[in-house]
Design a protein around this ligand. Structure first.
Ligand SMILES: Nc1ncnc2c1ncn2[C@@H]1O[C@H](COP(=O)(O)OP(=O)(O)OP(=O)(O)O)[C@@H](O)[C@H]1O
Ligand SMILES: [Mg+2]
Length: 387
């Protein structure tokens, strides 16, 4: 027998019949089964989280840590008791504190934060390289109530990359000096062969000059790529006339692309303020691509035009063109277009990446307009020197 209290306070005696009793036991049983299922599921999830090699951390929108798995303890050195209730800022090095609000606003605007490579600091004060994948945790109404963070320790991977990078830097540096002198000797011998009208030696030496010039350009690109990776690329700004640079480029083109018709116009005595050597590398890379990805006998047009305080420079070719899908990825490091037509064209996929990074350092960017089968135009602007 059960007594139920009514809203007015009076009690009411209520006798439960056997069917009612059966239904209640039935309901209790299914409730228990559902609870058991939920418990099992959450135990399984906890086991997955704890056996993960990556640190899995959750935090609220104020950056307060709400869960901390075993790998988080292994990677960062703090145990769960030390971290739950603490701010995530404890793990962020002082020079990177601005990352946290940026990540939060990216997630709030619906953007993903995937494999974001950064550094974090351990309990022992050691800086480690981590790759972070962060996702929003939403409630049933779809509102973001917290964040879950997966952190992978990539210190060993970074060390390996650093070793490779150092090797490329040292090898390129060591090759640069002897190769540049080999080229100078070839040029001297070539001049002599021309003077003495020795056509055979002139022909052989011209070919040797082409190949060594190619190697010198490649080595400059390798050196710059490794500087860029190390964050050590800096600009050596000066004022110089654009036409000087174009003349040098044309002299190089005569050697490297004798079968193309290359013209330039509008690049008058205009002075620009930039890193001469690096801009010359930008021009060489754009010209070498225009030649490499078009047929012998076609035109390459270089045009300069002044627009107020800047000058725009365009490289237009009549080559294979680039599919819109590839256009979006051209400037990524090591990206090369894969298609039948280009399968025998060699390259490393670093030229345009360097072009883009060098121009970024100049506060500019490279753009492309292209139609497959018709040709491409690569264009960018540079600041004009103003007294
Ligand atoms: N003018 C162009 N016309 C058509 N495709 C081009 C042109 N310039 C670049 N590409 C495409 O973009 C890709 C990337 O160019 P990028 O200069 O970075 O590398 P690469 O020329 O392959 O090698 P390298 O590192 O020796 O320059 C090329 O593989 C090519 O498919
Ligand atoms: Mg190239």
């Amino acid at each position: 027998m059960h007594n139920f209290k009514a809203a007015d306070g009076s009690t009411n005696e209520h006798q439960l019949g056997s069917t009612e009793l059966d239904t209640n036991t039935q309901e209790q049983k299914s409730l228990l089964a559902a609870l058991q299922l939920v418990e099992e599921r959450s135990a399984m999830l906890a086991a997955i989280v704890d056996s993960s090699d990556d640190a899995i951390i959750s935090k609220n929108l104020k950056g307060i840590i709400t869960s901390w798995n075993l790998s988080a303890q292994r990677i960062f050195g703090y145990c769960a008791e030390e971290m739950i209730g603490e701010s995530i800022m404890k793990l962020i090095p002082k020079d990177r504190i601005e990352e946290e609000p940026k990540i939060l606003s990216m997630l709030k605007s619906g953007q993903r934060v995937d494999h974001f490579e950064t550094k974090r600091v351990t309990k022992q004060g050691r800086l480690i390289d981590v790759s972070l994948t962060i996702s929003p945790v939403k409630n049933v109404a779809g509102k973001i109530i917290g964040l879950s963070k997966i952190a992978r320790d990539i210190t060993d991977k970074k060390l390996e990359e650093q070793r490779k990078n150092d090797f490329i830097a040292i090898a390129s540096h060591e090759l640069k000096t002897p190769l540049t002198s080999v080229r100078s000797y070839i040029q001297l011998a070539l001049a002599q062969a021309r003077n003495s009208a020795d056509a055979f030696t002139e022909n052989i030496l011209s070919r040797a000059e082409v190949q060594t010039t190619r190697m010198v350009t490649m080595i400059h690109d390798f050196l710059d790529l490794s500087r860029l990776e190390d964050g050590k690329m800096s600009l050596n700004l000066s004022r110089f006339t654009l036409v000087q640079l174009m003349d040098d480029l044309m002299a190089e083109a005569k050697i490297l692309a004798p079968d193309h018709t290359i013209t330039y116009q509008g690049c008058t005595n205009l002075e620009i303020y930039a890193d001469r050597e690096k801009i010359s590398q930008v021009l060489s890379n754009l010209l070498s691509n225009a030649v490499k990805y078009s047929l012998a006998g076609t035109f390459v047009r270089i045009e300069c035009a002044r627009k107020k305080d800047s000058v725009s420079i365009n490289f237009t070719d009549q080559g294979v063109g680039i599919d819109p899908i590839d256009q979006r990825r051209l400037f990524e490091r090591f990206y090369r277009v894969k298609n039948e037509q280009l399968k025998n064209v060699s390259g490393f996929g670093i030229g345009l990446h360097l072009v883009s990074e060098i121009l970024k350092l100049h506060g500019s960017d490279i753009k492309v307009k292209s139609e497959p089968g018709k040709g491409s135009t690569f264009y960018f602007t540079l600041p004009v020197y103003i007294d």
